[in-house]
Write a protein that binds this ligand. Structure first.
Ligand SMILES: [Zn+2]
Ligand SMILES: [Zn+2]
Length: 495
């Protein structure tokens, strides 16, 4: 069944603008990306004075407003959902008058814009009913709210992508007995019904995958372009010496089939995610464990466009060496930097204290339009992303000229136990999300030297270039309107 996906922000806006104390019916257009499922992008309200008819039992915008909004919506390659309210009803249903006028509207609009998708919604105080055109008639479709836990009142009757598969059955065997004791048969079956995309299967991603295979998750999609190198063996879970040179995804797959007892279905994609985003289309959740800023940004933007859950996991280790060169502003080379800090180490033995090496990790849950995305928090490091996008030749040229510190190109420090902390926390957020046993946190920061985890609550920013007012929330993969805006052209002056 098709679904209308909405963010908590969109539901809130619909309720605020359509349900008022005077109990008049009100009207709004929801512009939605059309990917088979409809993905709510934006709510465009119709002011009371732009209504042709408005009462406690009926409402309809003026015809010219209706035409204007519909063209505007189709111009953006989006599908309109015409929403009105039944403010007197908790769990609203289309009235017989609604059904009749929707039929007339359907004839009119298919004459005007043939082959274009559209839908209708009726919004009550708790529920929302939706129908969409399926080319021959209007069919009822499901409603799903991403990050529904952010609403004061959940949407009655809404579905979750984490609902249990219809063919799932309780376990007779002992394999998941202890899991079931922890989060119940329902929780276990939800895990078994879910599909997780893991982008990046290095130190963190491989451990996330290993844990998911033990938990009984139904399906994973592994995406990573790299091959196993000797320097990975200190951290990658389930990958061994004889697999050096093999694609990471196939080496890991072999292990996961064993650790899951064969119950996990594993799809492998040896490719940069930027070249194959559609492999994530059927995932219920995406976990990003990548070391490149551009891949993280890409996953975040994909999730925002598709209204998908995205869990971004990462670690950072700052050593005295790296801090010395990293913060230098006088063109000091890496060699000079490390020499200087070695000298400091001799003079100040306090550097043997554990605090000279700072290890931090984080897990960031993005429920697009319901909490903060990667770009709401300004986490996109433009300088690092620029370096990543240079060709090897351009990179060494810039390095020679001193535009890039050697330090910026050197491999980051990494250790298995920090990755393990981060991977476990990522899985625990995923389990919260899938089983519904706890409300998942928005953001967790871990500081190793203090042994401290901090939970942060976030909210989406209206000014965010990706999920904000001028962003790409729910637009799907339409061919234009990318989040990375070019500077505006000089407007043409007119008299
Ligand atoms: Zn109605
Ligand atoms: Zn954002």
């Amino acid at each position: 069944m098709r679904t209308l996906r909405l963010s908590a922000k969109t539901v809130r806006r619909l309720r605020e603008t359509l349900l008022k104390d005077d109990e008049q019916e009100r009207f709004a257009f929801v512009y939605a990306g059309d990917e088979g499922n409809l993905l709510a992008h934006q709510v465009v309200t119709v002011d009371d004075d732009a209504m042709a008819r408005q009462s406690k039992t009926a409402c309809r915008p003026a015809p010219e407003i209706e035409r204007e909004r519909l063209s505007e919506c189709y111009d953006q390659q989006l599908a309109p959902v015409l929403a009105h309210s039944h403010p007197f009803s908790a769990d609203p249903r289309f009235s017989s008058i609604d059904v009749e006028s929707m039929g007339r509207f359907r004839e009119w609009i298919t004459g005007l814009f043939p082959d274009r998708s559209f839908g209708f919604a009726v919004v009550g105080t708790n529920g929302i009913e939706v129908v969409a055109d399926d080319e021959t008639r209007l069919e009822a479709i499901d409603v799903e709210v991403l990050g529904e836990w952010k609403l004061d009142r959940p949407v009655t009757g809404s579905n979750s992508r984490f609902d249990i598969d219809a063919d799932a059955s309780a376990h007779e065997d002992q394999r998941y007995d202890r899991n079931v004791r922890a989060f119940g048969n329902d929780g276990q079956q939800r895990l078994e019904s879910t599909t997780v995309g893991i982008v990046g299967v290095g130190g963190i991603g491989s451990m996330v995958a290993e844990q998911l295979s033990r938990l009984g998750v139904g399906e994973v999609v592994l995406v990573d372009p790299d091959e196993v190198e000797e320097s990975n063996l200190s951290r990658i879970s389930g990958v061994f010496d004889h697999q050096i040179g093999e694609p990471k995804v196939t080496a890991l797959r072999e292990h996961l089939l064993q650790s899951s007892g064969g119950s996990l279905s594993v799809t492998t994609v040896q490719e940069r995610i930027q070249n194959c985003p559609s492999v994530l289309d059927d995932c219920d959740t995406i976990i990003g464990c990548v070391d490149s800023v551009s891949a993280r940004s890409f996953c975040n933007e994909y999730a925002v466009k598709q209204l998908q859950y995205y869990l971004d996991a990462g670690v950072r280790i700052d050593t005295p060496d790296r801090t010395a060169t990293g913060t230098s502003s006088d063109g000091m080379t890496a060699e000079q930097g490390s020499k200087e800090s070695n000298e400091t180490a001799i003079e100040e033995p306090v550097q043997t204290d554990d605090q000279t090496v700072e290890m931090t990790g984080y897990v960031h849950l993005v429920a697009p339009g319901s909490n903060a995305c990667f770009d709401c928090l300004g986490r996109h490091d433009q300088a690092a992303a620029r370096i990543e996008q240079l060709s090897p030749t351009e990179r060494s040229a810039e390095q020679e000229r001193g535009y890039i510190d050697d330090d910026e190109l050197a491999p980051e420090p990494a250790v298995v136990h920090l990755n393990g902390q981060c991977a476990s926390k990522t899985v625990s957020v995923l389990v919260d999300l899938v089983t519904g046993v706890h409300t998942p946190p928005d953001f967790i920061r871990y500081e190793d030297h203090a042994h401290e985890m901090t939970e942060l609550t976030t909210a989406p920013s209206e000014h965010c270039p990706t999920c904000g007012t001028d962003g790409v929330l729910g637009v799907g993969q339409r061919s234009f309107g990318d989040a990375h805006f070019e500077p505006a052209e000089t407007p043409v002056e007119s008299d």
